[in-house]
Design a protein around this ligand. Structure first.
Ligand SMILES: Cc1cc2nc3c(=O)[nH]c(=O)nc-3n(C[C@H](O)[C@H](O)[C@H](O)COP(=O)(O)OP(=O)(O)OC[C@H]3O[C@@H](n4cnc5c(N)ncnc54)[C@H](O)[C@@H]3O)c2cc1C
Length: 92
């Protein structure tokens, strides 16, 4: 069985939107996934370190990702709207 990650934003979208200089209150070992170590020179990892780590983890475990950016969602809605308009005008 394989995992499929679907997110309306980027990978780790929530952490991506945390305050830029945010520092986790959890120690690195508790944020680790599987046997992949989260190495940080700090006692508590930063948002940037966590983002790098989870992106690396996604690569390491070869996770299949479906990250739907706002741009992608907007473009899809726009294309649907244009197709609808074309049909209404009889040109689609
Ligand atoms: C500032 C801050 C600091 C924190 N520090 C720590 C810490 O040090 N240690 C700790 O253990 N916890 C910490 N937390 C809490 C921790 O981040 C959350 O408990 C954890 O992220 C919850 O994980 P989750 O996967 O359940 O939800 P989330 O991480 O919120 O993930 C949910 C995902 O679902 C996506 N999504 C939402 N709706 C849709 C949709 N309709 N379609 C597709 N995708 C969707 C979102 O984009 C998001 O990426 C902190 C939280 C904050 C805000």
């Amino acid at each position: 069985m394989r995992a499929l990650v679907i997110d309306k934003g980027c990978l780790c979208n929530s952490i991506f939107h945390y305050p830029v200089n945010m520092v986790f209150f959890t120690t690195p070992e508790l944020l680790e996934i599987g046997d992949l170590p989260l190495v940080s020179p700090n006692e508590k990892p930063t948002r940037v370190e966590a983002l790098k780590y989870y992106r690396r983890a996604a690569e390491h475990y070869e996770l299949e990702l479906r990250c739907l950016s706002w741009w992608f969602a907007w473009r899809q809605r726009r294309e649907l709207y244009c197709a609808h308009e074309d049909r209404e005008r009889g040109s689609g």
